[in-house]
Design a protein around this ligand. Structure first.
Ligand SMILES: NC(=O)c1ccc[n+]([C@@H]2O[C@H](COP(=O)([O-])OP(=O)(O)OC[C@H]3O[C@@H](n4cnc5c(N)ncnc54)[C@H](OP(=O)(O)O)[C@@H]3O)[C@@H](O)[C@H]2O)c1
Length: 312
């Protein structure tokens, strides 16, 4: 049985996919890789833990060695992750990995203004040039981000002001992303060369999302489109830096946020780059993806960084 390497295994998506793979095949050989392998625990008899930082190519080669299929969960920080991903691609080649499943993002196109999408666009090109067999999962915005980072706080204030205009998106539950990834990893030949748009079941604009949030939370939420400059000024006012600085401390949810990433993602939505709806989750997993309303109902009293597979 092939050995699957999960790079980014200590995060929420990595844990969900690990659990799904071991549930399906308890004897599946797995290598779980992260900068902090001490955070990882596992039940599988043939699970190996390895330290691997996307900034350290040689360490990644050692971590990936012995693996056949790599689940490469994209890094988090703009400004350095294109190079980090190049390290991982080169390490995968050197370590003899046959196939990589990569978490890209929805709306990847050359002129998408979202800084995050630009990184993923470049990494997709790097994969295509690498000669490795690949599957790209272009994940739409997580429903949990919509539900718990955008809507839940707005329920307290009554207003959701964003630079998303009348743009639409099809938010996808993390459980559907995890199930899709696990299915691709278990049968890589079948999914080789595929570029999947991993979306939820419906396209919604933020007027509709605010209306949904009002019903679920039982409080009125008004969606107000604002300009990108208004949004940057708001993030300035709450102390979020404009661009990444690797030395800055993480926010309460453990991430380093910069407003240029957040606001360009909103502008990309306003310009229609997230107007993507596919049936790929159903094709890959055999199950319909969960509607946003269901995710909102289940997670409404949980903080984003405390949501895991037991909640959603
Ligand atoms: N579609 C969306 O809405 C959306 C939203 C946010 C993020 N994402 C992307 O989806 C990915 C998975 O999401 P998630 O919820 O599982 O994120 P998460 O819980 O924050 O996990 C991120 C994982 O990446 C690892 N990582 C970060 N920097 C690394 C580095 N330099 N070298 C090696 N590993 C590194 C972390 O491990 P250690 O810290 O232990 O090394 C962790 O295991 C994210 O990485 C991000 O690229 C998508």
């Amino acid at each position: 049985m092939s050995r699957i390497v999960i790079s980014g295994a200590s995060g929420d998506l990595g844990r969900r996919v690990t659990d799904l793979l071991l549930e399906a095949e308890p004897g599946r050989p797995l290598t779980l890789v992260s900068r902090t392998p001490e955070k990882l625990s596992h039940d599988g008899a043939r699970v190996r833990l390895a330290k691997g930082d996307y900034q350290d190519r040689d360490q990644l080669v050692q971590a990936y060695e012995g693996g056949d299929v790599l689940f490469m969960i994209s890094g988090l920080n703009l400004g350095r992750r294109v190079d980090e991903h190049r390290n991982a691609i080169e390490a995968a080649r050197k370590a003899g990995i046959q196939h990589v499943v990569y978490t890209s993002v929805g709306g990847v196109q050359p002129r998408n203004p979202a800084l995050s999408a630009m990184d993923h666009y470049q990494t997709e090109l790097d994969f295509r040039a690498s000669g490795l067999s690949f599957t790209f999962l272009r994940n739409a915005l997580y429903s949990e981000i919509v539900s718990n980072i955008l809507v839940a706080p707005a329920a307290d204030f009554g207003v959701m002001a964003q630079a998303t205009g009348d743009g639409v998106l099809a938010p996808v539950a993390k459980s559907d992303v995890a199930r899709s990834a696990a299915a691709c990893l278990q049968d890589p030949q079948h999914h080789s060369g595929a570029v999947y748009e991993i979306t939820g079941p419906e396209l919604l604009d933020f007027h509709a999302i605010a209306a949904l949030g009002s019903e679920v939370h039982g409080k009125p939420i008004q969606y107000t489109p604002v300009t990108a400059d208004d949004r940057l000024a708001f993030f300035d006012s709450i102390g979020i830096p404009r661009t990444y600085d690797p030395s800055m401390p993480p926010s309460a949810d453990g991430h380093m946020w910069a407003s240029d990433e957040l606001v360009t993602a909103e502008v990309a939505m306003a310009q229609g780059y997230q107007a993507v709806l596919s049936h790929h989750v159903k094709q890959i997993t055999g199950r319909d993806p969960e509607p946003l309303r269901d995710v909102m109902e289940r997670t409404k009293s949980v903080r984003y960084d405390q949501i895991d597979a037991t909640v959603s």
